[in-house]
Design a protein around this ligand. Structure first.
Ligand SMILES: Cc1ncc(COP(=O)(O)O)c(C=O)c1O
Length: 460
């Protein structure tokens, strides 16, 4: 193991004593080891004992090109040697310029202006701040509210948390900034009865709920609608046909900005550079992070339409917002090297070609009594677990606790698969592997899931 500790035990002790893991019940490690991942290669990672795991979640929806890419590491090292740091506050540096121009080329329509951040939460928060200031500058100062969907995760900083639709992770931090408004998500598996048999009607209804929310709140108070192309939290809800087209119409009608939160869905996750491209809609702002560097260094940002920049191009107008490390020289150099790999290895092509095989391999699992539905797109799938397949009855909180936290999370990891067992909505297992994966990896995921889910069903 590469570390300054003499032994695996010493590192364990320090991990338990000094390190605070995110969104983690630390008590869970009182009597068991903290998993320590020490290196990665392609779609695999290895723990401190040398055990190999298939990284079925790309870390956290991040490692698009896989692990151990020395060409990206070298690009970062070269940049650190030349110019490790300089802020984007009044200055530019070459790699930020080059990346902004490259992203502007790739982005749909006139999304030509890139404001970098270091993370997805900061990107989401920056988009809200921009929307508020933009409307103040353009004579609509009452617009500050943001609409987002039930269960949707948009980040953890106070503003991003106010956009997030997960009550459980918001409660401890109330009061949050005012203005967050919720609308239904696009979970067709759990659609209301009156549209449960008609996907198109369901999509229209779900989109129209955004209009109803705008009217309820008062159009002159609503600044933006935040939507992921495929909603992650709740277990990969793709948009029904026509959903985004109707949302675009609604936003245009009421002068509300459409923010496509692509922190997960951009950079190949759905087989396109941007999820909005896949579903054919034009956002006013795209927020991104994660896959833009494949995690070799942190970076996020938002891309905005020319029109949103206009009020800031005259006189003393300034977007009063900045982050020290945003658009860091090393991170932007790394992002460029990452995008070079996308092109050289045609990763978008790989995802598009293999998507049907990935889906078909996962769908084999629907023969298990506990698997209710497999849904998603590209290399991004959720497997919903149910107690009763016929009635779609879900688990009680107790059962979900025992099943997901008590058994599945550990059992899947022990069996060599990194994925996510999540019960922020109904219980789901999520998969989002590196974009370099192919059939052998799909088979490996399916085999491990089959074994562990079969055992889980027995334990119920
Ligand atoms: C859609 C979406 N938005 C925002 C975020 C927050 O990103 P970060 O964790 O980089 O702050 C996430 C994180 O998973 C996300 O999935």
């Amino acid at each position: 193991m590469t570390s300054s500790f003499d032994s695996i035990e010493a590192a364990q002790e320090a991990a338990k004593r000094n390190l605070w893991l995110h969104f983690t019940r630390m008590s869970a490690y009182a009597d068991s080891d903290v998993p320590v991942i020490v290196r990665g290669s392609g779609p695999y990672v290895f723990d401190q004992h040398g055990k190999r795991y298939l990284d079925g979640l790309a870390g956290l929806f991040v490692s698009q090109v896989g692990h151990g890419r020395t060409e990206i590491a070298e690009a970062g090292a070269r940049q650190a040697g030349e110019l490790a740091y300089f802020p984007l506050w009044s200055y530019a540096h070459p790699k930020a310029i080059e990346l902004a121009a490259r992203l502007a080329d790739m982005a749909p329509g006139d999304l030509n202006r890139v404001f970098f951040t270091t993370s997805g939460s900061e990107a989401v928060e920056s988009a809200w701040k921009l929307a508020k200031q933009y409307f103040k500058l353009t004579g609509q100062p009452g617009r500050y509210k943001v609409i987002s969907r039930e269960l949707a995760y948009h980040g953890t900083s106070m503003g991003a948390l106010a956009v997030t639709g997960l009550a459980d992770i918001k409660g401890p931090f109330e009061p949050l900034p005012p203005g967050g408004v919720r609308v239904p998500n696009t979970n067709f598996y759990r659609a209301p009865e009156f549209v449960a048999d008609d996907l198109d009607a369901f999509g229209q209804w779900a989109a129209d709920e955004i209009e109803r929310a705008i009217l309820r709140e008062g159009p002159s108070s609503v600044a933006a609608v935040y939507l992921e192309p495929v909603q992650n939290s709740g277990g990969c809800f793709p948009p029904p046909p026509g959903y985004f087209q109707r949302v675009r119409e609604i936003c245009d009608e009421y002068g509300v900005l459409l923010v496509s939160d692509e922190v997960i869905c951009a950079f190949g996750r759905l087989g396109y550079y941007f999820g909005s491209e896949r579903y054919g809609y034009q956002p006013d702002i795209i927020t991104f992070a994660k896959g833009v560097t494949s995690g070799y260094s942190p970076l996020g940002g938002m891309m905005v339409r020319d029109e949103l920049m206009e009020p800031f191009t005259e006189g003393t107008a300034t977007f009063l917002h900045g982050i020290t490390f945003a658009g860091h020289p090393v991170s932007t150099a790394v992002a460029l090297a990452n995008l070079d790999i996308f092109e050289k290895e045609d990763l978008l092509g790989n995802v598009r070609t293999n998507e049907p095989a990935f889906r078909a391999t996962l769908e084999k699992l629907t023969d298990l009594p506990i698997v209710g539905e497999v849904r998603g797109a590209g290399y991004f799938y959720g497997i919903e677990l149910v107690k009763d397949k016929e009635t779609r009855e879900t688990f009680s909180d107790d059962e979900s606790e025992r099943l997901l936290r008590g058994f599945l999370s550990h059992a899947l990891f022990d069996a060599g698969l990194v994925c996510r067992a999540d019960d922020r909505g109904d219980p789901v297992i999520q998969l989002s592997p590196p974009l370099i994966c192919g059939q052998e990896h799909f088979d490996e995921m399916e085999q491990i899931l089959r074994e562990v889910l079969t055992e889980a069903a027995k334990q119920l």
